[in-house]
Design a protein around this ligand. Structure first.
Ligand SMILES: CC(C)(COP(=O)(O)OP(=O)(O)OC[C@H]1O[C@@H](n2cnc3c(N)ncnc32)[C@H](O)[C@@H]1OP(=O)(O)O)[C@@H](O)C(=O)NCCC(=O)NCCS
Length: 132
């Protein structure tokens, strides 16, 4: 993969999605809320894999939007665990875009997502227990 500058994506790519016209805001660019949803989904996949079961998002911090995203761009969400507690997992999520018909990738957005492992009653569940 060629990167547009020297920076590299963090962690593991969990999702890759083509940006479609239905995902736009009234100005025709990709809607920030849709990007946040993609990033939340990507973090959820990693958190739930580590927890060995269901997780819910409890907090989203430090969201930054660096570049506009357009219809036809491909967005890859990269995830890296930055902290793991008794029931919570905090994951840095970066969304990298590849512009249509271009070869290089650039970081468009980033944020820190915290997930909590929960049981069938939606109560926090120890990650060690859930993996036992
Ligand atoms: C997530 C939820 C189950 C936590 O319940 P709770 O009674 O607040 O649980 P606790 O206070 O015991 O905290 C559980 C863990 O979350 C962490 N946590 C709670 N609030 C947090 C916050 N705002 N930011 C970061 N971590 C937080 C705690 O530090 C704790 O981590 P640890 O066990 O690793 O030390 C509850 O808040 C909830 O159901 N929230 C709604 C979740 C949701 O619907 N999300 C959207 C759809 S996925």
């Amino acid at each position: 993969m060629d990167v547009c500058n020297m920076e590299k994506p963090c962690g593991e790519m969990m999702t890759r999605t083509l940006c479609m016209p239905k995902d736009t805001n009234p100005s025709g660019d990709i809607f920030g809320g849709w990007l946040l949803c993609e990033m939340d989904n990507a973090g959820y996949l990693l958190a739930s894999r580590i927890a060995g079961g269901r997780t819910v998002t409890v907090a989203i911090d430090a969201m930054e939007f660096h570049l506009p995203v357009f219809v036809g761009d491909t967005i890859g969400c990269y995830c890296e665990v930055v902290k793991q507690g008794k029931t919570s997992i905090t994951i840095k999520v970066e969304a990298w875009i590849k512009r249509q018909f271009e070869d290089c990738y650039a970081k468009a957005t980033e944020g820190v997502f915290t997930f909590v492992s929960v049981d069938e009653n939606r109560k926090p569940r120890s990650i060690e227990t859930s993996n036992a």
